[in-house]
Design a protein around this ligand. Sequence first.
Ligand SMILES: [Zn+2]
Length: 456
Amino acid sequence: MNRWLAGNVFWPLTERLMGRDTMRRFRALTASQHWSVNELAVLRNRKLRRLLNAAGQHCPFYARRFREAGLCPDDPNLTVEDLRRLPVLERHTIRAHLHEMTWIGCPGGAYPYSTGGSSGEPLRFYFDRPRQAADWAARWRARSWWNVRPGDPEILLWGAPVELKTQDRLKACRDRLLNQLLLSAFDLTAERMDACIAAFQRRRPICVYGYPSSLALLARHALDRNLPPGGLGSPRLRAVFVTGEVLLPHDRQTIERAFGAPVVVEYGCRDGGLLACGCPAGRLHVPEENVIVEVLDPSTGRPVSPGQTGDVVVTNLDCLATPMIRYRTGDLATFGGHGCACGLTSTTLLEVTGRKTDQIVCPTPQGLKHMHALSLIYVLREVEGLRQFRVIQRSLNALDVEIVPGAPFTDQAEKSILQGLRQRVGPQMNIRILRRERITPTASGKHACVISEVKS
Ligand SMILES: [Zn+2]
């Protein structure tokens, strides 16, 4: 697809068809990134008051919370500092109060969403079009720092469905119009990885997007195949954007070596939104027009100083469906303070830690298949009544699935877990479902919900 057409016609068109004003927001963010700290604060406080007003009016849960904290959403002098009077919002609180903290009739409609992500605690909530548009606009602004524009050819190494439904076929068609090619991170056999290498060499994308562990796996495979350094990329590749999990230092090196391009972190979560993006000076900038990101000391709950690590707590200023106000994401990040060598004034993070997922390895008639952990998480997070889960691959053909069932959990739900996992991992895997009272962190203190004990 012609780059100009993809970027100037099809991207704006699909966004408009989805009911998202992404392009307008992208232009606004492009302008506001050069604002002073004070100008940004004025905008942020205005959006915060709008959010608190809507939440207080339409969500009984928040009306109660504000009353208890002595917070008046109508107060014209309300600032981010006042937000700290509210308690931090935990996952289990959302699970218990979802309906009274959701505004189903919010402008543009509320859409159900579920996440189990990295923590293994499934969560259902509602998002809306403005939040999606805000995330996309922030993503495009961050890509512009790397000279990547809408419509530039892109390859995604990403989650893909096992069987294509009509909706997936439509998505594939849309991807072509937008100059995107999706390669599955869920079935990386040696043969599939060779096909991925061929796709990269044929299309010579301007940017690459995917899970760091999957991209590192492909990069290692390419180098093992004696592809020269940079052989997965081309002179026109500007950056490899990674997201969804922690980027390990040796994975960064391997990806950079194989692609011959910088690796850039995009940090976000389904429930909180797009929270920070890497700049050429190596910091992660928070899109403060869209989100308030606090990094809090786990023991005192106070903001940490630059250079210190703490819990990431987010307030999304654009989501009115299920407002996320001081929501603890479960991630840890190192706070970077304000300002950066790249010239942007926004708050920065130095690093995000504490979300690591392992790859699952399955024997198949064609040899070993590597699968990103999300492939299994996708199955588990859709199951009604599951409070928490953890998947541990004990050996090449033994998979233990620990589950903490909730009130509506049925035998049928357990059956659907087995079926879904079987479809992913194939007939040769021995799957055990183990019911637990609770799931405790592993000896290393990791809260990862998919763990592999198989040495690669
Ligand atoms: Zn910067």
